[in-house]
Design a protein around this ligand. Structure first.
Ligand SMILES: [Zn+2]
Ligand SMILES: [Zn+2]
Length: 137
């Protein structure tokens, strides 16, 4: 908890109780939850928190670079405690999204492709995760 407070202070974000709780949830659940999942999980513990607060907090964190986000499946935004560049693996069977180490991409940052400058590369893989592979056997 203290470490998360420090992380927010370093980013010039006032570490209010709700904010720290939301960040703590993301730290404990590295499954890239959606705003709905976070809200549903936190409202029991924080009855005064609204979905708008959760959403606004996540947007603030993301804007300030405290957390990352990804939109792999459809339009749903999922939030990611890890803000550094890394790759993702999405299981087609259970829908889980797992962090994997950054895989080097031939199009490195700041390369120009057909006149367009690349700033970010988001890489994700789809397949069957190891748990589902085990169940199949
Ligand atoms: Zn799976
Ligand atoms: Zn991730």
């Amino acid at each position: 908890m203290e470490q998360l407070q420090k992380r927010l202070k370093e980013m010039d974000i006032r570490p209010s109780y709700h904010r720290v709780k939301i960040l703590e949830y993301l730290d404990k659940h590295r499954t890239h939850p959606t705003v709905d999942q976070i809200y549903e999980a936190l409202k029991k513990e924080l009855p005064t928190v609204s979905k708008t607060t959760v959403y606004n907090t996540l947007e603030l964190f993301q804007k300030e670079g405290v957390i990352g986000n990804l939109t792999i499946s459809g339009s749903e935004t999922r939030y990611d405690f890890e803000s550094k560049a890394h790759s993702h693996f999405m299981c087609k069977k259970c829908g889980k999204i797992i962090d994997i180490e950054k895989v080097d991409c031939p199009c490195e940052n700041n390369k120009i492709i057909k006149g367009n400058r690349i700033d970010e590369v988001h890489l994700y893989f789809k397949g069957i995760c190891k748990n589902c592979l085990k169940e199949d056997r």
